[in-house]
Structures are given as structure tokens and as C-alpha cells.
Design a binder for this molecule. Structure first.
Ligand code: ATP
Length: 138
């Protein structure tokens, strides 16, 4: 079993019930859940790898614009499976190439893209620690 960190971003937080249904149907179990509103400092720290990129300020502004839902999801190959379920970063591309993906269904563009997913086991560990203090057992 693997754990990944999923975020339902501010643009899709009000669709949590629909997304939760999809998460369940795709065979993930929700180990932990928090609904929070990030401060600018927290969003900046979470996305520290993007500091200096042209979209960084817009990303931090978006991620602090309302509540988010943070989930620790468990499944075999959870990291890859969740990234497959959310689809490509750009929601326009997602609608073309993965129309059933969460970003195709709930995202708007390249920044407002509904969901986040850890991109490696190392990121998943860091991100679970960031939001849940590293508690990964049931
Ligand atoms: P995430 O990390 O949220 O799962 P990702 O791995 O697909 O998404 P990253 O490259 O890690 O994408 O970028 C983090 C977030 O920054 C993206 O989800 C998106 O909201 C925003 N972003 C990434 N690239 C761009 C871009 N070129 N223009 C605008 N926003 C972007």
C-alpha cells in the first residue's frame, strides 16, 4: 500500500462530495482529511520548489483564496493512480486528452486546476508531514 497527498483546491472545494464519491469508486481509502484555508506563508512553503517561476505569485494567490480539502489517500500505487485520476496540469489539455479526469471536469486553466497530487514517494512523505505531522497509520 502507498499513501499520497491529495488536495482539492479552492476552485473545487465546493465539489468535495462529488470528488469524494469518485475517490471511493476508484478504490482509494481516505486515511486522513482536513479542511483548511492556507495562509500566504503556508502556501509559499508548500510550493517552495516553484519560487521564482512566472506563475508562482498567481499560484499562491489562488491557493489562499478559499478553503482547501487535504486528503491522505491510500491505494496500491496511490501516487501514480491519483495523478492519473486528476489528469494533466492544464485543465484545457485535460479536457482534450482525459475528459473524465478531475481537472477536466472541475478545473478551469493551468493554475486553477481543481486538484493536487504528490509526484513521488519523497514528495508524498514531505507533504503528508506538512499537513498531518507525518501520521500515516490508520
Ligand atoms: P500539482 O503539484 O498541483 O499536483 P502538477 O504536478 O501537475 O500539479 P506542478 O508543475 O507541480 O504541477 O505545478 C504546481 C501547480 O502550479 C499546478 O498544479 C498549477 O496549479 C500551477 N502551475 C504549474 N505550471 C503552471 C503554468 N505554466 N502556468 C500557471 N500555473 C501553473
Amino acid at each position: 500500500m502507498q499513501t499520497t497527498l491529495a488536495i482539492i483546491k479552492p476552485d473545487a472545494a465546493d465539489k468535495e462530495d462529488e470528488i469524494a464519491w469518485r475517490i471511493q469508486r476508484e478504490g482509494f481509502s481516505v486515511k486522513m482529511r482536513r479542511r483548511i484555508t492556507l495562509t500566504k506563508e503556508q502556501a509559499g512553503e508548500f510550493y517552495q520548489e516553484h519560487v521564482g517561476k512566472p506563475f508562482y505569485a498567481e499560484l499562491v494567490k489562488f491557493m489562499t483564496s478559499g478553503p482547501i480539502v487535504v486528503l491522505a489517500l491510500q491505494k496500491f500505487h496511490a501516487i501514480e493512480e491519483w495523478r492519473k485520476l486528476i489528469g494533466p496540469t492544464n485543465s484545457h489539455k485535460a479536457r482534450e486528452t482525459a475528459p473524465e479526469s478531475l481537472r477536466a471536469l472541475y478545473g478551469t486553466d493551468n493554475t486553477r486546476n481543481a486538484c493536487h497530487g504528490s509526484d513521488s514517494p519523497k514528495s508524498a512523505d514531505r507533504e503528508v508531514l506538512f499537513f498531518f505531522g507525518g501520521v500515516t497509520s490508520p
